[in-house]
Design a protein around this ligand. Structure first.
Ligand code: NZQ
Ligand code: ZN
Length: 387
């Protein structure tokens, strides 16, 4: 059991219709709001009108068109400019993880005099950030309960996970009904993302019975409920459990007392979506089983045995490597069964930039320190096996 120092200051307000409390909550942070949102889903669902109606007494400045894999330029830069020029007091992010991640970078940039990239690239430590409130509309990233945001910079092919304790949302509104309209593609990708968040914490040297049970239940919950959400997108109970399981994903609670894993699949996927702008969860689903197969060894097999038996119910009397093999195959089959494209070629990635991406990952992600260390060649091999 490892030592830890843990605090999540975010208030979660969960349930159908909780948005009615938005004016009361926003009033705690100020009158001038930056309303951040994406490419238009909140206008189609009516959530935009609802928010505007509820906040009629506030001054609202809008930042729209935040894209998936949110971009430093223009979204972060534009948001920082709007906050500074208008004296914004609080950011309200309404949308998926991309909108919220972008809002986190804006929140820190708005309180910093220099180039916001200094903060995102860890050249300068943020001293403060504007408070952030969010209404999350897609179950996936867990950004609503963590202090990270992932920002892409197109011209340098960078996609950086920017973490700082000052980036925790102050309040997250979680209404599962807002996820009813999420497409099958994004529902499945969200499931793969959240499952991978758990796996990134599960596959490590030192865990506990408590953490393993929590994570194994999380994986089973995601698989069962995603299938239900795909069958009936308005299944409230399934959407609700999926939402909460995703919310826990990235804030460390699944792994308190566990040793570090290095989050290798995320390190590798960030290059794929930086170079090719693919959907994060799909990139993860493609890489994960290939990474598993690549790192399976005498040292790692024990974790795969536990995973296989407790998550997929594989016969515990089989040989250890046979159990591991079946567990990896079951992981692949589950992703395939929810219609995730399972080859890089299916999402527009070919051989041409694999070595360049592997080099980028090796230089920037520190995966030689992962639980199962990865060299540049290992990373390239995993990418090639994923083609
Ligand atoms: O842009 P709009 O029009 O809103 O449409 C979005 C977008 O096209 C749509 N959408 C969202 N809610 C919807 C909806 N469509 C219909 N109904 C709704 N209720 O879904 C599309 C994808 O949205 P996006 O926000 O990009 O998805 P997600 O929440 O999966 O976020 C992905 C981003 O989060 C980062 C990823 O790298 C990626 O950039 N991550 C952030 C993490 C964090 N902060 O902790 C951890 C994760 O590992 C992840 O890396
Ligand atoms: Zn992720």
């Amino acid at each position: 059991m490892q030592d830890f120092d843990y605090q999540t200051p975010t208030r979660l307000i969960f349930g159908k219709g909780v948005i009615g409390r938005l004016p009361e909550v926003m009033g705690n942070y100020g009158k001038k709001i930056l309303l951040a949102y994406g490419g238009g889903s909140i206008k189609k669902t009516g959530l935009y009108d609802k928010v505007k109606e509820l906040l009629a007494d506030f001054e609202i400045i809008e930042l729209s068109d935040i894209q998936p894999n949110p971009k430093y330029d223009p979204s972060v830069l534009e948001g920082v400019r709007l906050c500074k020029e208008n004296g914004v007091e609080v950011i309200l992010a309404v949308g998926g993880g991309s909108v919220l991640d972008c809002s986190k970078a804006i929140a820190a940039g708005a309180k910093y005099d220099g180039d916001p990239w200094d903060l995102i690239s860890y050249k300068v430590k943020a001293k403060a950030a504007l408070p952030i409130v969010d209404v999350i509309t897609l179950a996936a990233t867990g950004s609503e309960y963590d202090c990270g945001g992932v920002i892409s910079r197109t011209e340098t092919n960078d996609k950086i996970g920017y973490l700082d304790p000052c980036l925790y949302p102050a309040v997250s509104f979680l209404d599962p009904t807002y996820t009813f309209t999420v497409s099958k593609k994004q529902t499945a990708a969200g499931c793969a993302d959240a499952m991978n968040h758990i796996m990134e914490q599960y596959f490590c040297e030192d865990s506990t019975i408590l953490n393993d049970g929590f994570m194994e239940a999380g994986l089973k919950s995601l698989m069962v409920n995603t299938v239900k959400c795909l069958e009936d997108p308005e299944d409230y109970t399934a959407r609700a459990e999926m939402m909460l399981t995703c919310t826990y994903g990235c804030n460390g609670i699944y792994a308190l007392g566990s040793s570090e894993s290095g989050w290798p699949c995320h390190g590798m996927e960030h290059a794929l979506s930086a170079y090719y702008d693919i959907t994060h969860g799909e990139g993860l689903a493609i890489i994960t089983p290939r990474w598993m197969r690549h790192i399976l060894s005498e040292k790692t097999v024990g974790r795969f045995v536990k995973y296989g038996i407790n998550v997929f119910g594989i016969d515990s009397s089989l040989d250890r490597f046979e159990i591991a093999d079946k567990a990896i195959a079951a992981t692949y089959s589950f992703f395939e069964s929810i219609n995730i494209p399972m080859h890089l070629r299916d999402v527009g990635i070919d051989e041409s930039r694999i070595d360049e991406m592997a080099h980028h990952v090796a230089v920037n992600e520190g995966l030689e320190n992962a639980w199962a260390p990865l060299t540049e060649k290992d990373i390239a091999d995993i990418f090639r096996a994923s083609l």
